[in-house]
Design a protein. Structure first.
Length: 264
């Protein structure tokens, strides 16, 4: 037990060092406090078995999905932290698994750059979808539901048109609208698989650090959930991650529609 504790101290200090490089001081401080508090709360080995178990469970869910749906399955990737974890898990099960992304003209240039970096690093078998419709530059503020319908929901419908199932990085602690999802969901002939549904924000950062997955530069600026630039704001560490999405509109902290509308 003593050597286990010593190992954990080394592991935690190594993780914090890595996170301070990747995330910058603000997020590093928040995570440092989280890890210290968690360590003090449950200073036994059970807590440290949670992430490896979640990793194995997620890989099994993905592997079962591949077995069931074969080529009619793809992973959705927005290039946020949760997507990158799901993609990384899926690549371990099948390095050539199909991945799709929906980009919009309102995503920050950093997201386009990060996407290209990840495609090259992980040799992603990725298909990119982007709406051909032109939208008014003010639409994100004047009618965000319509903007999301055009730029996110419709291209996602295209992406899943020939699929029977898709894998998402959705997590039930991310926001007020994500509490009631299930690991497997079926809607109108399309199955959605959420392998990291029960992962916490801290699980995500631990997995990113342990696996040295490059971090989108917006996280170093303090963002906790990434979307299009006009609809993504900084929020403090006490609220839910998605509270910075669509601030000042009725959609605040909510959904773009790809998880709530029927895609088929
Ligand atoms: S997140 Fe904002 S900018 Fe992006 S599609 Fe939705 S409303 Fe438009």
């Amino acid at each position: 037990m003593e050597s286990f504790k010593n190992n954990m101290q080394v592991w935690t200090s190594w993780l914090l060092q890595l996170l301070s490089i990747e995330l910058g001081d603000k997020n590093h401080m928040a995570l440092s406090n989280n890890i210290t508090a968690e360590h003090e709360l449950k200073n036994d080995e059970n807590i440290y078995n949670i992430l490896p178990k979640k990793v194995e469970d997620a890989k099994k869910i993905i592997s079962d999905a591949i077995e069931q749906f074969g080529d009619e399955l793809a992973v959705a990737c927005s290039f946020g932290k949760d997507s990158m974890v799901v993609v990384h898990l899926a690549l371990q099960v099948d390095p050539t698994i199909k991945i799709f992304t929906v980009m919009t003209p309102f995503k920050p240039q950093e997201t386009f750059d990060y996407k290209d970096e990840m495609i090259a690093k992980y040799h992603l078998n990725l298909e990119e979808y982007i709406s051909t419709e032109t939208v008014d530059i003010n639409l994100p503020k004047t009618n965000p539901d319509e903007c999301c319908r055009i730029l996110k929901v419709e291209p996602t419908k295209q992406a899943v048109m020939n699929l029977d199932a898709w894998i998402c990085g959705l997590r039930n602690t991310e926001g007020r609208t994500r509490k009631d999802y299930k690991i497997i969901e079926k809607k109108n002939g399309l199955t959605k698989i959420n392998p990291i549904l029960e992962w916490t924000e801290l699980d995500i950062w631990r997995y990113m650090a342990i696996n040295e997955i490059p971090v989108h530069p917006f996280y170093a600026r303090g963002y906790r959930s990434l979307g299009c630039e006009p609809c993504t704001s900084l929020v403090n560490d006490t609220g839910l991650e998605r509270e910075g999405r669509w601030i000042g509109t009725s959609k605040c902290g909510g959904e773009c529609g790809i998880h709530t509308k029927s895609l088929k």
